[in-house]
Design a binder for this molecule. Sequence first.
Ligand SMILES: NC(=O)c1ccc[n+]([C@@H]2O[C@H](COP(=O)([O-])OP(=O)(O)OC[C@H]3O[C@@H](n4cnc5c(N)ncnc54)[C@H](O)[C@@H]3O)[C@@H](O)[C@H]2O)c1
Length: 324
Amino acid sequence: MSFYRNAVWFVKGLQEYTRSGYEAAAKHFVASDLEVDVSGRSFIITGANSGIGKATAVEIAKRGGTVHMVCRNKDRADEARTHIVEQSKNENVHVHIVDMSSPRGLWEFANSFTQNHSVHVLINNAGCMVNQRELTEDGLEKNFATNTLGTFILTTALIPVLKKSQDPRVITVSSGGMLVQKLNLDDLQFEKGTFDGTMAYAQNKRQQVIMTEVWARQHKEIHFSSMHPGWADTPAVQSSMPDFHAKMKNKLRTEAQGADTVAWLAVADAAAKHPSGLFFQDRTPVSTHLPLAFTRSSASEEDELMNRLEQLSAQFKPRLTSGL
Ligand SMILES: NC(=O)c1ccc[n+]([C@@H]2O[C@H](COP(=O)([O-])OP(=O)(O)OC[C@H]3O[C@@H](n4cnc5c(N)ncnc54)[C@H](O)[C@@H]3O)[C@@H](O)[C@H]2O)c1
């Protein structure tokens, strides 16, 4: 089954996820969708110092939005901030230093952030593909801690404040790679068998899509989406998938092309007209399953995922003053 899924996925990717796939899809885009002014709206973008996150930050800042960059490394974040301000001529770009793989750090960030700022749109963009099984200082597997638990905690912590905003949205940058994985509740932190970083990543990205669907059902006031940026030439692809990058580099999308649907989901009125909870590719909702791939999970399995994440994240929740 995994050979079938991988083969079908790769053929689909060559047609759709490449630069030529983007160019074909872009012929149907409505240019005026992005002709908006989002001054006064506040956007949190995780991993905004690089790749798709940085390109998204530029697009939002150009349209007047206030950008809150959530990044791990201060020097890299400050450098990216300078670039975003230069490109957009918008000074309302702020840096917050947070490690997405640190549950405690995330709870603390969300608590202090919400005491001083509003948020209209959360963009869960930070992500990693760590190819060896590594643990964080809390003993969590690193891909899981960053991609799944980090996304879960930041979103959960911000949902109450998002609900107080006008037209609140949450966009999670997942990956088409998730199409090869079925939710696996037996081994959330990849303790069993031989570790495969690509499959761990794809499993996390499947979990992000499921979280988005469940949140959309639970929180009707907020518009949730997940998305696939296509195959874009970013530092993550260069460092985590060097063979893929070497073979595909002439076919990869630019960072801006990868960011297009993220920005569209974040600012366009047309995006919010779609139902909440869908998975997008090139401004269009697409299936979250390949044909005959048997990757669907049951509602009870999906609830179980959310319960496990809730329990795990609660272990790291400090006593906080604002009652998050
Ligand atoms: N580039 C692609 O082809 C592609 C395809 C599918 C999905 N994606 C997804 O797009 C998103 C952005 O990736 P990219 O390709 O732009 O790569 P990138 O390396 O340029 O960006 C990833 C960002 O996440 C940040 N990050 C990683 N771990 C973090 C942590 N623990 N704490 C805080 N920040 C952390 C990085 O510092 C970086 O800013 C990721 O979620 C990735 O999975 C990318």
